[in-house]
Design a binder for this molecule. Structure first.
Ligand SMILES: *Cc1c(COP(=O)(O)O)cnc(C)c1O
Length: 370
């Protein structure tokens, strides 16, 4: 079955004829007098019908052998990175979600897991960094906030030749737009707080495993112990969001392409970052590994930081807010939110393009840039 069908129907799952799935809020499930199992569930921290069904759906949508849902994207990233052996090293692309680099510093260093930040598009830099200690390459494509497009197949080959694994944070693209496991990645991580939830009202994260079911099982046990599980209600809402993901992403991407083309031609804009922008050097690669350019873009305003802040202060329809992937369009000066260690250009504004009519979005941005 094709992606949109698999996003709507989970084979074999029946809810006593109910067309919409129920929410199971019970934290505990009956067992026999000596803890004999009477069903599949025991206690909510180790499993819940809504969470398990969501995981089956995620594994199917990404083409993986298993999936694990977490309370947030950061809980998922932390779980995967901290599974590496002490003394091993993670290579992280330079343009990566700010907090991913922060957990590498704050949480992994004390565990003896080292990292290096480098430009994974530079073969010489990558070859020099790879060593027998390299256990994982970690990247986002497209990346946050510069929308770098990285060659998943080529980097998977590099990682595997060095005996390492490749993790792709697919939050910006979602499985509706890009299938990293099919391109050779070993693990996909998602912040489901974004497009997958899709309505700016839930937090969740996921890991999907291509074939490493031993690691999936180990991380499932660790999650039960450490407790970073997704709540049943959030699992229910995310499953609901996934049913419309495919058509939402089409509209997000169509709107984003219209805006990127306008910005690219605008005199007040120095640079526009969007994977499917014809003038972008990333366009050919993006077309090979993505079904559309997705709903995220960023642009650099001529005139530096002050000019960028001025544009951000003049939008009326776009909301100045962090996060992304909801129905409403958001805009954000990344350097301001990332703080002192930010690697984002001072004049960069990141845009999460929503599902409003493109004419209204274009008019609002054009007026702000005037
Ligand atoms: C938001 C985000 C995360 C973190 O996810 P949370 O759900 O906020 O914990 C990780 N990676 C990317 C690319 C993100 O946008």
């Amino acid at each position: 079955m094709k992606f949109p069908t698999r996003a709507i129907h989970v084979p074999g799952v029946r809810h006593e004829g109910a067309v919409a799935p129920p929410i199971h809020l019970s934290t505990t499930f009956e067992h026999g007098p000596a803890n004999e199992a009477l069903g599949d569930y025991e206690y909510v921290r180790s499993g819940n019908p809504n969470v398990n069904e969501l995981e089956a759906r995620l594994a199917s949508l990404e083409g993986g052998c298993a999936a694990l849902a977490y309370a947030s994207g950061m809980a998922a990233s932390t779980a995967l990175m901290s599974s590496l052996e002490p003394g091993s090293e993670v290579l992280i692309h330079r343009d990566t979600y700010y907090d991913t680099r922060t957990i590498a510093i704050e949480l992994m260093e004390p565990l003896g897991i080292r990292h290096r930040v480098l430009d994974l598009r530079d073969d010489d830099e990558l070859d020099a960094a790879l060593s027998e200690k390299t256990a994982m390459i970690w990247l986002e494509t497209p990346s946050n906030p510069r929308l770098d497009v990285l060659d998943v197949r080529a980097l998977a080959n590099k990682a595997h030749a060095a005996g390492a694994k490749l993790t792709v944070d697919g939050t910006f693209a979602t499985p509706a737009v890009q299938q990293p496991l099919e391109l050779g990645a070993d693990y996909v991580m998602h912040s489901m707080t974004k497009f997958m939830g899709g309505h700016s009202d839930i937090m969740g994260g996921a890991l999907i495993f291509r074939d490493d079911d031993a690691l999936a099982e180990r991380l499932r046990q660790r999650r039960t112990l450490s407790g970073g599980v997704l709540s049943p209600f959030n699992a229910w809402l995310i499953a609901r969001g996934l049913q419309t993901l495919d058509c939402r992403m089409d509209r997000h991407a169509a709107n984003a392409l219209s805006i990127a083309n306008m910005l690219d031609a605008h005199a007040a804009v120095e640079r526009t970052n969007y994977p499917f922008l014809e003038s972008s050097p990333d366009c050919a690669l993006a077309r090979r590994q993505m079904r559309s350019g997705g709903g995220m873009l960023s642009f650099e305003v001529a005139g530096g930081r002050d000019a960028a802040i001025r544009v951000a202060s003049r939008v009326r329809l776009f909301v100045n807010a962090t996060s992304l992937g909801g129905v409403e369009s958001l805009l954000e000066h990344r350097a301001s939110i990332e703080g002192p260690n930010s690697m984002s250009p001072d004049n960069l504004l990141r845009v999460s393009v929503g599902l409003e009519h493109p004419d209204d979005l274009l008019a609002d941005l054009e007026a702000a840039l005037d």
